[in-house]
Design a protein around this ligand. Structure first.
Ligand code: ADP
Ligand code: MG
Ligand code: MG
Length: 667
């Protein structure tokens, strides 16, 4: 057994499995974890069967929902005109989690806190969600941005004057020598190093809990080598064909040099992708059937929302030719062996696996969606048979049997033996390390929580206004889909194509994505046309009136839905400003975060048309992001001219620093 102990007394939650103080025992070595893989899978399947049997008929849950925002902590060095990622999570999290821990120790359920704080992969990251989920009382929508502001301020007040908490997805110089503060050394030739990366130091992995280090280490161990990712470089006038990095000077023994492609930015660790921030929304459906229906509808929305929230255009000090982090994350967390990749003959018990465990969902779950399931599903047949035998329909069984082709990446000594009637830890273990664009979450065994969907493809935005706009848009869209009985289904293979297009540079203006020409349905659920066409993001969100057909547009449909709801003036104005922002980002009148960052760099006096983001450009860019996020400056190319103020009560609370009563106070 390894000597790693948890050390960090904080809360760690992933999936639903680990609410509470840590009592998992010791983390097992990779060899021991692997030896228990089948045990974890078999019991995980049984636990899902038990959950399903007990909870499939849960009726009429109310809509509850919540967001998750990941942040980076940036250290500004004015003398050197340099911005670095501050390794602060160990120090910040105990303070941020103090009240939650106290409540937990007293056995208080649902304490009244503005935010819940969680560690993320990196020591320069933290993650927040609202203290309690929001409800679908429309007034609650006006509290979201204020709550996000309160969360940001909660951290900012713990920081020094030369530090800032930023919701910037990809730090442009992540992976450059000395990108952390304090600077940390990489150890590519140390066999005990977890990542052995040339660019990303182990010290930047959050080590307050054994989970992150273990998962990252085991991804590499399972794969049998480091991950290598080549990201296409944005080519400017003075960009040289080869990225002239001296890899040997960074300690490369020839391994990275051999895989580095000309005209690309090469990366060699999970840290590169997992070190970027995302914006997620989880919502509870009324029941299982609605959860399956909305899961499918939202699968189609993943590439679209990724395009609109694109915010990761630069890596390792270079401008790339992609706007999103998605494929980088998929590649750098890919733990498939050479056999599973088809590079070597298969050994017993293993199969060819087409995708990384981080990736887009490619299997619809609703009865309506099944006819569009045209992506071959690679499943674990034994578990599929077991699920079907237990009375679970083939379509859902396939989904679970697909997740369960993966092995567990972590296991704790005290979690090996579980009561499958009372625990769902083995199920959650596999579920929570399938990092897909959507997560279909069954109710936990021991809490009054319903069937939920987590929407995961979005990237964080610089301001709370934008983050609120996007999460609220997703929730409002689900209401509109249900209320107006929309049907967005297209063949799954087209969603896959859309995912690839969505990440390309400037996909928002140049991409054409598959979408249904008609999404309204008749009283009997039928549609006049099943035609699927390629549309621009603008057409899909704002509508079009063309010879080949009229399309209403998603924003006008959400507006139409809202017009049927009784809203007070402040709520209507707030929601309108969010919809306006989405509409303008889709039309290109407002830039995406990625587009805005590119423009900032290309126009910077220090930029030499060579695709490089120098220290000083990065410093100025991060400072501008800080000022935008703190409301100290405005930029009309990124944000609407008019942003409605937060409610007076909320402003007073923020000014007084009293952030308790998170839901009720922000009226
Ligand atoms: P993860 O699986 O990513 O660790 P969590 O389960 O901790 O996620 O929570 C994700 C989000 O779900 C949070 O924003 C939280 O507020 C929200 N949430 C919590 N309970 C519910 C619920 N019953 N219904 C909907 N959302 C919920
Ligand atoms: Mg997270
Ligand atoms: Mg999440």
């Amino acid at each position: 057994m390894s000597k790693t102990t948890t050390g960090f007394r904080g809360l760690f939650i992933s999936g639903d499995q680990e609410m509470g103080l840590l009592t998992e025992g010791e983390v097992l070595s990779w060899e021991e974890t692997r030896a228990h893989a089948k045990h974890v899978q078999q019991h995980g399947i049984q636990q899902f069967i038990n959950l399903y049997r007990n909870l499939k008929d849960r009726p009429n849950d109310e809509l509850k929902w919540g967001d998750e925002i990941e942040y980076i902590i940036v250290h500004f060095n004015e003398a050197q005109q340099r911005a670095q990622l501050a390794l602060r999570a160990h120090d910040l999290l105990p303070k941020l989690q103090q009240k939650e821990l106290e409540a937990e120790e007293k056995g208080e359920k649902n304490p009244d806190l503005p935010a819940l704080w969680r560690p993320e992969m990196a020591t320069y990251m933290v993650e927040s969600s609202p203290g309690r989920p929001f409800r679908c009382n429309f007034e609650d929508f006006t509290k979201v941005e204020g709550n996000m502001r309160a969360r940001r301020e909660e951290v900012q007040k713990l920081l020094m004057a030369n530090e800032a908490i930023l919701s910037v997805s990809a730090f442009p110089r992540l992976g450059c020598p000395g990108f952390t503060f304090p600077p940390a050394l990489t150890e590519p030739n140390n066999p005990n190093s977890i990542l052995r990366s040339l660019f990303f130091p182990d010290e930047a992995i959050f080590s307050g809990h054994s989970r992150m280090r273990t998962i990252l280490g085991n991804l590499c161990k399972r794969r049998g080598r480091k991950p290598f990712v080549n990201v296409p470089l944005f080519k400017d006038k003075n960009t040289s064909e080869n990225v002239e990095e001296d890899f040997a000077a960074l300690g490369d023994d020839g391994e990275v040099q051999a895989v580095a492609k000309a005209g690309h930015i090469v990366m060699d660790s999970c840290g590169h992708g997992m070190g970027c921030c995302c914006l997620q929304v989880t919502f509870q459906a009324r029941n299982l059937a609605e959860a399956r229906f909305l899961y499918d509808q939202l699968a189609i929305m993943c590439p679209f929302m990724m395009t609109l929230t694109a915010g990761a255009p630069m890596y390792q000090g270079y401008i790339s030719d992609v706007d999103c982090r998605w494929n980088i994350l998929a590649a750098c967390t890919d733990d498939r062996t050479e056999e599973e990749l088809g590079l070597k003959p298969l050994k017993d018990g293993f199969r060819l696996i087409p995708k990384s465990r981080y990736g887009s969902v490619d299997h619809y779950l609703s009865p309506e969606g099944d006819q569009y399931n045209d992506v071959p599903a690679v499943i674990n047949q034994e578990y599929f048979d077991k699920l079907v035998e237990a009375g679970i329909d083939a379509q859902l069984s396939k989904h679970i049997a697909k997740l369960f082709i993966r092995e567990p990446l972590i296991l704790y000594s005290e979690r090996i033996h579980q009561d499958d009637e009372k625990d769902s830890n083995h199920f959650e273990n596999i579920q929570s390390t399938n990092w897909q664009s959507l997560r279909f979450k069954p109710p936990p065994v021991d809490a009054d929580i319903g069937w939920r969907i987590e929407f995961r493809p979005m990237e964080t935005q610089i301001t709370d206004f934008e983050n609120a706009a996007f999460v609220i848009f997703v929730v409002l869209l689900t209401r509109t889909i249900v209320s107006l009985k929309l049907n967005l289904l297209v063949p799954m293979s087209m969603v896959e194509e859309n995912m690839a297009v969505a990440q390309q540079r400037n996909a928002v203006s140049e991409g054409r994505l598959w979408f249904r020409q008609q999404i309204l349905t008749g009283a009997d659920g039928s549609q006049q046309s099943n035609k699927i066409v390629q549309m621009t993001v603008n057409e899909v969100f704002n509508g079009k009136d063309a010879e080949e057909g009229h399309f209403e547009g998603l924003v006008p449909l959400v507006e139409h839905y809202l017009s049927s709801v009784d809203l007070d003036v402040h709520t209507r104005q707030t929601l309108q400003s969010y919809l306006h922002c989405i509409s303008k980002k889709a039309s290109g009148e407002l830039l995406t975060t990625a587009g805005w960052m590119r423009k900032f760099v290309l126009e910077h006096p220090d930029y030499k048309q060579d695709s490089r983001v120098s220290e000083i450009i990065n410093y100025d860019l991060m400072k501008r992001c800080r000022d935008l996020s703190q409301g100290l400056t405005h930029d009309a190319t990124l944000l609407p001219e008019f942003i409605p103020p937060l409610s007076l009560n909320c402003q007073e609370r923020l000014a007084s620093g009293d952030l308790s009563g998170m839901v009720d106070c922000f009226k």
